[in-house]
Write a new protein. Sequence first.
Length: 198
Amino acid sequence: MSPRNLEKDLLQRKQRRKQIIDAAFTMFTKRGIEACKMSDIAKFAGLSHGHVYNYFQSKEELLETLIQRSQQIYTDLLTSARTLPGDAIDKIRWITEQYLSDSRSGRAYWVLLQAQASDVLGEDKKQDIHKRMIDNQYLLAAIIEEGQQEGVIVAGDSAELALLTVTLLTGVSMWEIRGYAQSSESASKHIIKMLSAT
């Protein structure tokens, strides 16, 4: 196979893999992890049932990949925020606006909650998810500590304040799934107000 054809083949595999992950994301959200079958995901992706298994050996592997990807997006968001100009309030405002403006955030969290409560993933995989959640909580706590030192964020346990912030963010991001209106700009403002020392 020529290098050009190999490159084209790798790109196509990458696109197909993303297509399957995106289909799984939608189907896990709509049907639930337990009820969703690989054949449902294949059908939604417009692929044959067997074709999906060329990319993922099981629903567990696909679910784990989807969750890792979602958690990494959140990690990248927090890491990027730390490099932004401005004080910690500006950084947390940016985080909340980015998180709440991405319609996938609530669905990703909904899938993650299902994964933690289901038997699809083994305990070791659930512990990996939990560890990444804690790592992300401490990334946010570091920004909160920075803000406390700057005097712009309320005093208190930074890890607890980070957990409160994440709880609000994820809860608000799931409003649409729960049948409420989509989150508005005011939700972000209320989260900032809760953290603000002024």
